[in-house]
Design a binder for this molecule. Sequence first.
Ligand SMILES: CC(C)(COP(=O)(O)OP(=O)(O)OC[C@H]1O[C@@H](n2cnc3c(N)ncnc32)[C@H](O)[C@@H]1OP(=O)(O)O)[C@@H](O)C(=O)NCCC(=O)NCCS
Length: 182
Amino acid sequence: MGLSVIPRVPTSDVSGASSGRAGIRNRPTGPRRILPLAVSLARDAAELEDHFAIRRDVFVAAQGLFEDDDRDERDPQPATLHAVGRAGDHVAGAVRLYPLDDRGLWKGDRLAVLSGDRVNRLGAMLVRFAVATAGERGGERMIAQIQFGNVPFFVRLGWERDGDPTMLLGLVHQPMAIGLEG
Ligand SMILES: CC(C)(COP(=O)(O)OP(=O)(O)OC[C@H]1O[C@@H](n2cnc3c(N)ncnc32)[C@H](O)[C@@H]1OP(=O)(O)O)[C@@H](O)C(=O)NCCC(=O)NCCS
């Protein structure tokens, strides 16, 4: 399972982009790096370690939300899915998802893109991948706790507010949700 896309680039530069998979070319916009994107579940131990490394870089080193490591009891569980997002030849993003019950409720968390790669729309692609993957696996609804500053980003992706903001890890988070399709 995977998604790939060539990010939006000026039309004149599109011919310079390459992707091993079918790409989606978006409308032209301002200057962006020309990197083919791809998102998939981590396929082996090395990709799983890449996933964790992205999370450590963003949530431990950059945001300081965790002291040493953000891994928790969810990570080793068999039902937990770990996705990686690639920009060009390197892993640049991650997201985690898992079912919360057997009635179709899923949760997504640990969405992260390396700061130097936040120009490609990889974050949006990771969110869409998590939503599509949970839907394919029978999910009906996905919830997430969203750092307050990212609420507009999720609204643009079709998510809705799902309750009052709460404090988590010292930051205001907005509960949000989206319906899933199989
Ligand atoms: C949030 C995050 C994953 C977004 O990833 P990204 O790759 O930069 O996002 P994208 O490039 O896919 O953004 C898609 C669009 O949303 C916009 N956008 C991104 N973050 C936004 C935000 N916080 N608020 C409003 N718009 C935002 C982008 O500008 C882009 O707009 P455009 O299509 O008009 O150019 C990334 O900024 C990140 O890792 N942040 C630190 C960790 C974090 O906050 N994780 C989420 C916890 S809830």
